[in-house]
Design a protein around this ligand. Structure first.
Ligand code: ADP
Ligand code: MG
Length: 529
């Protein structure tokens, strides 16, 4: 399952290594050889399983850098996804020469795109609407296109792009490779596959049944920048004897180890780049408890067998449901207590829901411990140690020193004890309080956890349909349409639910928008009584 085992060019392997990918995901292992061999394919795998690399790497390999014409078209449902895929492709192409990749989406100045298309772009990543726009203007030429990939095909159909997609597919020369990626395979997708593909290989990443260990599992919703702070709070609060922290990439392991060490934690990293000797040293140190925090990638942790791990932290949500089960299985061994904590950023919460569904396990949302909680727990620990020191006695000389200070100064011995406690606790407790995103919109009465319910002043009487609302939000913001929750249409108004982390952006961007010619007034809903 290593990238090196494929017939990928050295510059692509180098890029993948630099990005910290250790091993292929199952969809990559199965799809890349098919795409390299020139066949059509349908790839079905859930979100977050690495589909971009599954088509991106072999497509890059198939581009002729000497030819300055358009050779591959990748269609994505939203501009945010087009940009995301384009960014990932640029990373893959870092060590290739003469390859130009351009994202093309609505809302961006078309003249800029036309210039880019004329300037020898070989790969276009676009939303169907905007690609059609260029076809109508004749600013895009498909004559040399050898590969078309539909990314998130189910979502594109949900958003009503079916006709556009078919128009584009009809316009691209027949001698081409057609790749179709989708998380689900509803009927219309199979129809497109039948009509526009030839002998497509159907790859479906199926999941095994897994048993989840019975341990307490929690997750925390955090902002990306607050991940480190959240982790250290949990480490301080629960003070596990040994902790295993998982990251998705080698680079993240290295970064996290440095950050933790800088904050005074005894942490070490374990990943595939370490020599056997280094690995052995790190493991020995962890087993003996000299290092109490081990940060690892999934692959590197595979062989680890340590009984006293009291907590597993998923610093990154695992790429694969199965990884989640393997990860948390490292704690609660041999009948001991164990806990698993997962940090969740933004739309990763949907991945976590998949994991819960697939693993048939309950992972409970918890608020992060407040600084106050962390402080109390830390103080308790130090005071317990103080208690033990008093029990042991032999404090005469210290008592003398304290007495003389208290006699000379204006403060009491209690104040002195408090100051000692503060010194012993370090300055961590003064760290900037994390802004609590939960309070930003108050309780809007959203049905789903993690969502904010918004009120819009237009409804059925204004001829508004759910698709209009969805289209407006997906078109104006970076939020992918599929993240929209329930849309409740009434005669004169509508309620729509959006994920909390996008709520502010939706409110801001929708202010000046018109839907069906009517200007929009949008605000957080009031809690339903
Ligand atoms: P999907 O399209 O299936 O939802 P993506 O292609 O967006 O998934 O990948 C999700 C994340 O996983 C990205 O951050 C990507 O860089 C990362 N990723 C992809 N393949 C690997 C791999 N083999 N090892 C580690 N990380 C990977
Ligand atoms: Mg994707």
């Amino acid at each position: 399952m290593r990238f090196e085992d494929l017939e990928l060019q050295a510059p692509l392997l180098r890029a993948v290594t630099e990005m910290g990918f250790e091993e292929m995901t199952p969809i990559q292992a199965q799809a890349i050889p098919v795409v390299l061999s020139g066949g059509d394919m349908i790839g079905q795998a859930q979100t977050g399983t690495g589909k971009t690399a599954a088509f991106g790497l072999p497509i890059l390999q198939k581009i002729d850098p000497k030819k300055k014409t358009l050779q591959a078209v990748i269609l994505c449902p939203t501009r945010e996804l087009a940009i995301q895929v384009s960014e990932e492709m640029h990373k893959f192409a870092k060590f290739l020469h003469g390859i130009k990749i351009v994202p093309i989406y609505g809302g961006q100045e078309i003249v800029r795109q036309i210039k880019a298309l004329k300037a020898g772009t070989q790969i276009v990543i676009g939303t169907p609407g905007r690609v059609m726009d260029h076809m109508r203007r004749r600013t895009v030429n498909f004559d040399d296109v050898k590969i078309v990939a539909l990314d998130e095909a189910d979502e594109m159909l949900n958003m009503g792009f079916r006709d556009d997609i078919e128009t584009i597919l009809k316009d691209v020369p027949q001698e081409r490779q057609t790749l179709l990626f989708s998380a689900t395979m509803p009927q219309p997708i199979m129809e497109i596959a039948r009509t526009y593909q030839k002998d497509a290989v159907h790859i479906r990443v199926v999941k095994k049944e897994l048993t989840v260990p019975k341990i307490e599992q929690y997750y925390y919703e955090v902002r990306p920048k607050a991940k480190l702070e959240a982790l250290t709070r949990l480490l301080d609060m629960y003070a596990p004897k040994l902790s295993l922290i998982f990251c998705n990439t080698k680079r993240q392991v290295d970064e996290l180890v440095s950050s933790l060490q800088a904050r005074g934690y005894f942490a070490e990293g374990l990943h595939g780049d370490l020599k056997q000797q280094q690995r052995d040293r790190v493991m020995a140190s962890f087993r003996s408890g000299k290092t109490d925090i081990l940060v690892a990638t999934d692959v590197a942790a595979r062989g680890i067998d340590v009984d006293d791990v009291e907590a597993v932290f998923n610093y990154d949500v695992p790429q694969d449901d199965e990884y989640y089960v393997h990860r948390i299985g490292r704690t609660g061994r041999a009948g001991r207590d164990g806990r698993a904590f997962t940090l969740v950023v933004g739309r990763e919460v949907y991945k976590l829901r998949d994991i819960m569904r697939y693993c048939k396990t309950k992972i409970r949302l918890q608020p992060l411990p407040s600084l106050d909680d962390v402080m109390s727990v830390k103080a308790e620990k130090i005071l317990d140690q103080v208690h033990a020191v008093i029990e042991r006695g032999d404090l005469a000389r210290m008592t003398e020193l304290i007495e003389s200070r208290v006699n000379d100064e204006e403060y009491t011995s209690i104040e002195m004890a408090a100051a000692f406690l503060k010194l012993a606790m370090g300055d961590g407790v003064n760290a900037e309080e994390l802004k609590d995103e939960y309070d930003a919109f108050g309780d809007t009465g959203a049905e789903e956890e993690g969502m904010v319910r918004l009120f819009i002043n237009l409804g059925k009487k204004n001829n508004i349909r759910p698709g209009d609302i969805l289209g407006a939000i997906a078109g104006e913001t970076r939020m992918p349409g599929r993240l929209i929750g329930s849309i409740d249409l009434y005669d004169k108004y509508t309620f729509v639910e959006v994920p909390r982390e996008y709520a502010a952006e939706v409110l801001e961007r929708m202010k000046d928008v018109r839907i069906r010619g009517k200007s929009v007034n949008i605000e957080p809903a009031n809690r339903r009584s």
